[in-house]
Design a protein around this ligand. Structure first.
Ligand code: ACO
Length: 357
């Protein structure tokens, strides 16, 4: 059954994914010129250029105010929501936000996951939510709301690198879902909710938690080969490997691996954990290349996402929510582009059922 491979379903000026050469370009900038060099507000200024007037500083100020508005929504975080997973709790809180197609709605939606995800993590652990602080950057505030402490410059830079790296990526499943809903003129909140639903699946944004489960199951570097070959023989997919578009290494994996090395032991990166991950990556690639020589399965973004978010103190069940905090910028920019320049998305299906009598 078709997975729409190679079908062009939208024109976009937001990002280009070159799967042959392993390049990602966001609004005319190569990922390696942005990741580790620009704060999340900087990439939002690019993605939202047609949506919110203002440079990085102006967007940062508006985003800070929007985090305050999102925090007020936590009055609706009742205990029943704490029985849900973090991603489902996030989806429920996001669903309360007003719909619309203007910059105020866009900024509130962008700010909300950075407030809701730390609050859900803390409340599930029996702790009170920490309020956002004006004057902090988006990444710094998200970390402060997670830990209740002042984050180090190295942690802020690592989270910024992550949020920038995942901010947009062509017509991935969640972004496509956002564009389909936006094309009906339902509003940006509805578009983001659809995208969040698509992101949750393990074939998309649900993979990084299971990457850590895999590392835990492997246990130590010299057991990687046996564990991975047994998993492949069982028919399992190795989480953090393979991609629909990339036929070479996902450039985002390298951006995040570099961020991990910059974070280092002082920033929370455990050297044994990294050595285990690198052994698993080596063995997995060697096995996958032998098993599927024509498919070229390589490391994808989720593999090093798992290690980076773990080092920053996010629990694994919240990784998809942190992914949403970065990708939300791309979803909204695409929803806006669809509304501004596109038409109702309504493809055809081919009927293969029984003939009518
Ligand atoms: N481990 C083992 N085998 C794999 C893997 C993997 N990670 N990925 C693909 N394959 C195999 C498939 O089983 C299939 O084998 P077959 O031809 O014998 O049936 C072959 O390679 C081709 O796979 P497809 O299903 O065509 O690949 P597709 O483009 O549909 O899927 C996907 C891409 C979903 C990312 C896949 O590689 C996968 O499941 N990876 C693991 C989950 C993961 O890491 N998800 C995060 C993706 S990144 C992101 O969305 C942000």
């Amino acid at each position: 059954m078709s997975g729409l491979d190679d079908v062009i379903a939208a024109e976009t000026a937001l990002s280009e994914v070159d799967g042959i050469n392993g390049r990602l370009v966001i609004c005319g900038h190569r990922l390696d010129a942005l990741a580790g060099r620009t704060a999340y507000e900087g990439v939002l200024a690019l993605l939202f250029a047609d949506l919110c007037r203002g440079d990085e500083g102006a967007i940062g100020q508006k985003l800070s105010q929007a985090r305050g508005r999102a925090f007020a929504e936590l009055a609706y975080l009742d205990d029943a929501l704490l029985d849900l997973s973090v991603t489902e709790g996030l989806r429920a809180l996001m669903a309360r936000l007003p719909d619309g197609e203007d910059s105020a709605v866009a900024l509130l939606l962008t700010a909300a996951p950075a407030v809701f995800v730390p609050a859900l993590i803390r409340r599930k652990a029996g702790l009170d939510a920490v309020a956002p602080q004006s004057g902090l950057s988006h990444a710094a505030d998200m970390l402060a709301m997670l830990t209740g402490a002042t984050p180090s410059p190295a942690s802020i830079s690592a989270l910024d690198t992550y949020l920038v790296t995942v901010s947009d990526h062509g017509l991935n499943a969640s972004t496509f879902a956002a564009r389909v809903v936006a094309s009906t003129r339902a509003g940006y909140t509805s578009a983001v909710l659809a995208a969040l639903g698509a992101l949750k699946g393990p074939l998309h944004g649900g993979a990084p938690g299971p990457v850590l489960d895999m590392l835990d199951a492997v246990g130590q570097p010299d057991l990687a080969q046996v564990w991975l070959s047994t998993a492949l023989a069982r028919g399992d997919r190795l989480m953090g490997f393979g991609h629909r578009i990339y036929r070479v290494r996902d450039p985002r994996a390298d951006a995040l691996k570099a961020a991990l090395h910059r974070l280092g032991a002082a920033g929370g990166m455990n050297a044994d954990r990294l050595a285990l991950a690198e052994a698993v990556e080596r063995e997995a690639l060697s096995l996958l290349h032998r098993a599927k020589p024509d498919r070229r399965l390589e490391t994808n973004v989720e593999f090093f996402t798992a290690l980076l978010l773990e080092a920053l103190g996010f629990p694994r069940e919240a990784f998809t929510g942190v992914f949403a905090a970065g990708r939300v910028g791309g979803w909204i920019a695409h929803a806006h582009e669809q509304v501004d320049k596109g038409r109702l998305i309504r493809p055809q299906s081919l009927y293969v059922g029984p003939k009518a009598a």
